[in-house]
Design a protein around this ligand. Structure first.
Ligand SMILES: [Zn+2]
Length: 465
């Protein structure tokens, strides 16, 4: 398919906005929305088209309300209120969503793009086509914004500019390459030189951060992890300099950690986001208090460890279309290999990962109950088994398993993550917000797995699914 096939004519837009009117363009336009090659060809022009979404219950990013009316104008939400209380504009297209539940699109604050394809990973997958394809996948799963937290080569800056503001895939934000220790995490076997900066002195760390800020990163990423004592950790003098320089440039800093000791040191050093759950031990009162006092965000990423064994268990949901559609054929085949299943489940890594999930869940509940700010992240896309789109729905389920209510988990994944990323016009269903909406068949506040019942998806006021 050519980009020309996606030209956003007036006719094309009308077709997209009214599925009842099938013109020959419809199939091509819908195919465009699924085709990565067209990702930059479907930016909607500013429009004042009015759409009324009628009758759905609304989870607004905080709480669930009864049957409501939501008025969209162009790419924004214009009005929201109980059904019957909001005036329906003349000439508006009305879509009946009685019985359904509508919520803001999900926002994932820790994920990665352009790293994997099927069972493989490597620098060669960071291409315009593959990144756009992954953003399309995220969107199909109701994820409307992705914060690619490190390991991005320079192409990231171009893609971030080009792909955002469109309706073909999730918006891309991120940290550029990120900063790791020489010979340290992330392992040099897994990333190319242009995907991670490895400064050796505090001055080099400052220069690297200044360059990232100039290029327009949304966040600076640090890796502070000895990978179980196997590699050198980023030195405190370097991460202190990086954090200070980022703050001088008005940029937040997120840190990859595994252990409580490192998380504490980074909070003390002024980090803004702890980008993984603490997984070596239960968090203590001093850490909880420091997180609260300094208003540091905490992103648990529970699915990351679970992905190391759950697919070998072959739970029933792996047969459902919702899962299968997210998995490329070679990866699907890999998961079905009985020898791999047996060896994985018997491995010490699986036992370690189960323990990490349990500690992560316990810590999430403690921090959430204490009022620490929780962000939504999965680390999906970093390794083949961390499956973009599906991982986000599974993460919600794991958060509820940890003890959050479904509404609390959804709040984290919508208005919470929007706040973390500074996206002031996203993450809520309210007047003035961008109309990025997911419509579900079944109420997710009753059972979080109902987030998988996606009925329709709206991006910037346009129905895309
Ligand atoms: Zn990551």
């Amino acid at each position: 398919m050519t980009v020309e096939g996606c030209i956003d004519t007036e006719e094309g837009k009308a077709t997209l906005a009214s599925p009842r009117r099938f013109s020959p363009l419809t199939a091509a336009m819908l195919a465009c929305l699924l085709a990565a090659a067209c990702a930059h060809g479907s930016k909607p022009a500013a429009s004042s088209a009015k759409v009324v979404l009628e009758g759905a219950r609304v989870f607004d990013g905080e709480i669930l309300s009864g049957p409501s009316t939501v008025v969209l104008e162009g790419d924004l939400i214009r009005a929201v209120g109980p059904r019957g209380s909001v005036e329906i504009p003349k000439g508006a297209r009305v879509v009946d969503y009685t019985g359904k539940t509508l919520l803001p699109g999900l926002i994932v604050a820790h994920a990665h793009v352009g790293h994997t394809s099927g069972t493989e990973m490597g620098r060669s997958f960071y291409t315009r086509e593959l990144v756009a394809q992954q953003l399309t996948r995220y969107q199909a799963y109701g994820v409307v914004a992705v914060n690619a937290l490190g390991m991005n080569p320079p192409l990231f800056y171009t893609l971030r500019r080009e792909l955002n503001g469109h309706t073909a895939g999730a918006d891309l934000y991120g940290a550029g390459p990120g900063i790791g220790a020489p010979q340290g995490a992330p392992p040099q076997m897994q990333v190319a030189e242009d995907q991670v900066s490895r400064p050796r002195t505090a001055e080099e760390a400052r220069a690297v951060v200044r360059d990232m800020a100039e290029q327009g990163v949304d966040m600076v990423k640090l890796w502070v992890d000895s990978m179980g004592g196997k590699v050198p950790k980023l030195a405190p003098a370097l991460y202190r300099a990086a954090i200070d320089e980022a703050h001088r440039n008005g940029v937040k800093v997120a840190a990859h950690i595994h252990d409580l000791e490192d998380a504490k040191a980074l909070v003390e050093a002024g980090v803004d986001v702890i980008a993984h759950g603490v997984r070596d031990q239960r968090v203590d009162d001093a850490f909880i208090q420091a997180m609260k006092d300094r208003e540091v965000w905490y992103i648990p990423t529970i699915q990351l460890d679970e992905a190391n064994y759950i697919y070998a268990e072959h739970p029933a949901w792996m047969n459902e279309p919702f899962f299968r559609a997210a998995v490329e054929p070679t990866l699907q085949q890999h998961f079905e290999d009985l020898t791999w299943q047996r060896e994985t489940l018997a491995s010490p890594e699986a036992a370690k990962a189960r323990k990490a999930v349990a500690i992560n869940q316990e810590n999430l509940l403690l921090l959430h109950q204490a009022g620490v700010k929780i962000g939504f992240g999965t680390d999906s896309g970093a390794l083949p088994q961390r499956i973009p789109g599906f991982a986000e729905h599974r993460e919600l389920e794991l958060m509820v398993q940890a003890g959050l209510t479904p509404a609390q988990a959804l709040r984290v994944a919508t208005s919470g993550s929007a706040e973390l990323l500074g996206l002031k016009d996203r993450g809520r269903v309210a007047p003035g917000m961008v109309a990025d909406l997911v419509v579900l068949e079944v109420d997710p506040t009753q059972d979080i797995r109902n987030t998988r019942s996606i009925h329709a998806l709206w991006r910037r006021g346009v129905e895309v699914r």
